[in-house]
Design a protein around this ligand. Structure first.
Ligand code: NAD
Length: 357
């Protein structure tokens, strides 16, 4: 089992393994035992698929279970209200512990409940999707969507620990797995640590979800995320690097009629950002081809027609991460992202036409 320590806000550990065998030891190490009242919160799909894990935990802990309907539509105050009510009905107190078992939606919601219930209680995160294992479970951002705006209500609240079992990824639907790969390609571009070459050489094993490949990718991405959030936990500067590919990605995700997943949209957004980087920061042209080849190998999209350009531009300009002008994260070379790069609408239009369009 590999471990990483995150030292930003309240410090915590990330345990990375291909199974949950050492979870009971980790719980003990963190002083979580049958005397402590625990509340495991998940969604209906994870509950059905991983009932065995939940039953096993129930045997060793004093644990109540709550689950809600899976999917992004559940990431709202209605679900939060349901969790608050459940906690009150079951006498959750300031010494209780919440356990989030699921993807980014479960993690973000449970983390938010933990940050607000009785002015803050403890929680642990056991992420079960590729996206949540390489990204959302670490960094302390928790929250929910409101009035159609993603993650507009939220806070920062670190877990007691994060326990990653890559074997959860074996039950993920193909689309969900590929979704996580989109974020991994982003990581391979913002840091030059050989991950892009690894993706290119090992794509077959990755798509077959071989354990050693999954462990390499999860650990590699989290090391990068750790380094960035430790410098800028509150997302006031350098953490913006993690939004590489996300400005255009966000617009595509909102306007696409083809139902692009987040990771697919980030992959396309990364190609546009690379094209812009060639124009603005003289990024060598060969990188575009190299990334395009990796995306193809990983079954991620490389072409996409913007369905409604007006709505797309509106979505980009109203992205809460932007001020008045369109600001991008661009690359001067692989591993050298530059934040807050100003891009005109004309430059963006031509870059889209000349890349994914
Ligand atoms: N907090 C952060 O820093 C951060 C960063 C990135 C994304 N996010 C958030 O994460 C969310 C997306 O995360 P996600 O893609 O994990 O979404 P998700 O939690 O909705 O999971 C996607 C689907 O996979 C299912 N699932 C989960 N684990 C499974 C498993 N092991 N096997 C089979 N199916 C499984 C879920 O039931 C769901 O249907 C978004 O709401 C996004 O805003 C947060």
């Amino acid at each position: 089992m590999k471990e990483l320590e995150i030292i930003s806000g309240k410090p915590y550990r990330i345990y990375i393994d291909n199974n949950l065998d050492k979870l009971s030891t980790v719980l003990e190490e963190n002083k979580i035992n049958s005397k402590m009242k625990c509340f495991l919160i998940t969604d209906d799909k994870v509950y059905k698929l991983h009932k065995d894990v939940i039953e096993k935990l129930k045997k060793s802990l004093n644990m109540e279970l709550y689950y809600f309907k899976n999917g992004e539509e559940s990431k709202d105050f209605h679900t939060i209200e349901g969790i608050y009510s459940f906690l009150i009905e079951n006498n959750c107190n300031r010494n209780s512990l919440l356990i989030a078992l699921g993807g980014g939606v479960v993690g973000d919601l449970v983390g938010f409940v933990a940050s607000t219930f009785m002015r803050g209680i403890k929680y642990v995160n056991i992420p079960t999707t590729l996206l949540s294992q390489v990204d959302s479970s670490v960094g302390g951002k928790v929250g929910y969507n409101f009035k159609g705006i993603k993650n507009i209500i939220g806070s920062f609240h670190n877990p007691e620990f994060v326990y990653i079992g890559t074997n959860f990824l074996k039950t993920l639907e193909k689309k969900q797995f590929i979704d996580g790969l989109g974020e991994i390609v982003k990581y391979s571009l913002i840091r030059d640590d050989g991950m892009l070459a690894y993706l290119k050489e090992n794509y077959k094993g990755i798509l077959e979800r071989e354990n050693d490949k999954l462990l390499y990718l999860v650990k590699g991405c989290l090391k990068i995320k750790k380094d960035i959030i430790e410098q800028d936990y509150e997302d006031l500067g350098i953490r913006n690097i993690l939004n590489f590919g996300h400005t255009v990605g966000h617009g595509l995700e909102i306007t696409s009629k083809e139902n692009l997943s987040h990771g697919e949209a980030v992959a396309l957004g990364s190609l546009v950002a690379i094209r812009l980087s060639e124009d603005i920061l003289k990024l060598p042209k060969r990188i575009y081809n190299e990334v395009e080849e990796v995306l193809k190998k990983l079954n991620l999209p490389i072409k996409h027609k913007v369905d409604n350009y007006k709505l797309f531009m509106y979505a980009i300009n109203h992205d809460k991460k932007n001020d008045d002008s369109i600001k991008f994260v661009l690359l001067s070379k692989i591993g050298e992202p530059k934040i807050k790069m100003e891009v005109t609408k004309e430059q963006l239009y031509h870059a889209i036409k000349d890349s994914i369009g």
